[in-house]
Design a binder for this molecule. Structure first.
Ligand SMILES: [Zn+2]
Length: 121
């Protein structure tokens, strides 16, 4: 039996009733979702998509992570819990093995992993 959690739609603005309808099918327990993917699949902007994913974490319905990217590759190199914040520097990139000393070489993106079945109410 999967746990179910309610999320109040009025906690996030900028999402239409129609978009809320489509949203639900994109959330599965344990399946990672990123704001641009959610945005592209249901046609909402990055900002409300990101706001929604962050809010799911704050409501205890999901774990939020940051994917860490280095300028040397398009692929995410590691995931950090959002609560742990940005990567401390200097950081050795596991891909190019360089020591990163400047924040400008790193990029982050939000990842949301639902921990319960989410019902948008
Ligand atoms: Zn690198």
């Amino acid at each position: 039996m999967t746990d179910v959690g309610d999320f109040p739609k009025d906690a996030v603005s900028g999402i239409t009733p129609d978009e809320w309808e489509h949203l639900a099918s994109h959330f599965e327990v344990g399946r990672d979702i990123m704001p641009h993917v959610l945005g592209a699949s249901i046609g909402i902007e990055y900002r409300p998509a990101r706001a929604l994913l962050l809010a799911l974490g704050m409501f205890g319905l999901a774990e939020n992570y940051l994917y860490v990217y280095h300028v040397c590759t398009e692929a995410p190199l590691k995931a950090r819990k959002l609560s742990e914040g940005f990567e401390p520097l200097p950081w050795t990139c596991p891909y190019c093995e360089q020591s990163v000393v400047s924040r400008s070489e790193l990029r982050y993106d939000l990842v949301c992993r639902p921990t319960v079945a989410i019902r948008f109410v």
